[in-house]
Design a binder for this molecule. Structure first.
Ligand code: AMP
Ligand code: FE
Ligand code: FE
Ligand code: ZN
Length: 287
């Protein structure tokens, strides 16, 4: 069974519509696909409506979070799966995160415009087209305007967290978010822990604390993780009884990674599902 538990559509910063995403997954031989757009559930219904025969859909969201230490903060992403999307607190959290993405995106664009780069905010919102705004949309505007050859080049320099034009996002406290998703019946997986080129990564003690408040898994097989880090994370997963997932983090043409470039084993997928509160959570959709 081919199981890919982390992908993006045009509901956030992917380039396939949710319909195209499920079709591409079926064509790539995927059996179980999670749609996990940033801070939104907008892709769930269109993906479900277009679900090809034989494909199972797992509804998820990649939440923008941070660990707030004594005198620093480290941004991180938390995957929430199969939670009740009508849960009021989570609804508010998603709306707040998307709202902040708008302001923060505009602030980055204004910084770039101030430095003389020929892009506009309208160009970026045309590209994001109602989806949750992210830096890849700004990257595409920079490509469109001929500033950089591709989105990857924009991330290497102008859009990197080390760039003078960078503005960070408002992020939800990760421990709160784990509790919120859990209360809404869902399960959580720490996305790409130790993805070092995205910025600072949290210490193992933070993962221990996340496990203590109810984290269910670690996304260990991810294109951004080095072999040594994956090996360390496997030890941590054993130690804290966490599920080990693998996923592509597919973004369509915004990134070179292909669907199912990394996958989750069937037993780990089942272990993740078994940790849901099925009295609250939505069902897994199978055709
Ligand atoms: P943001 O959510 O606005 O902070 O932007 C981060 C998003 O950009 C993540 O979803 C990543 O998948 C994406 N991203 C990070 N690095 C790159 C890269 N080198 N090329 C394309 N997309 C990237
Ligand atoms: Fe993304
Ligand atoms: Fe992420
Ligand atoms: Zn992602």
């Amino acid at each position: 069974m081919v199981i890919d538990l982390h992908t993006h559509s045009t509901a956030s910063d992917g380039t396939d519509t949710p319909e195209q995403l499920v079709q591409a997954a079926a064509a790539a031989g995927v059996d179980v696909l999670a749609i996990t757009d940033h801070d939104t559930t907008a892709g769930w219904d269109p993906a479900e409506a277009a679900l090809p025969a034989g494909l199972t859909l797992v509804q998820g969201t990649e939440f923008s979070c941070a660990w707030f230490g004594p005198n620093r903060r480290i941004g991180l992403h938390l995957l929430g799966y199969l939670y009740d999307r009508d849960d009021a607190e989570l609804r508010e959290a998603r709306a707040r995160l998307r709202e902040s993405r708008l302001h923060r995106g505009e602030a980055i664009v204004n910084n770039l415009i101030g430095a003389g780069y020929p892009i506009t905010w309208e160009q970026v919102t045309d590209i994001s087209a109602g989806g949750a705004v992210g830096r890849p949309h700004i990257g595409r505007a920079l490509v469109e305007s001929g500033v950089v050859p591709d989105v990857g080049a924009a991330f290497a320099d102008l859009l990197s967290p080390f760039s003078p034009y960078y503005v960070r996002n408002y992020d939800q406290d990760v421990f709160d978010m784990i509790r919120l998703v859990r209360n809404a019946g869902g399960v959580t997986v720490f996305a790409h822990p130790r993805a070092r080129r995205r910025g600072q990564v949290v210490a193992d003690e933070v993962i221990a604390e996340m496990a203590a408040v109810g984290l269910d898994g670690l996304e260990i097989d991810h294109p951004d993780l080095a072999p040594e880090d994956r090996a360390d994370l496997r030890v941590l997963a054993d130690q804290f009884d966490l599920v080990r997932t693998g996923s592509s983090d597919y973004h369509g043409t915004n990134k070179p990674i292909r669907l199912a470039a990394e996958t989750t084993t069937h037993d780990q997928y089942e272990a993740l599902l078994s940790r849901r509160n099925t009295a609250v959570a939505p069902i897994v959709l199978t055709t």
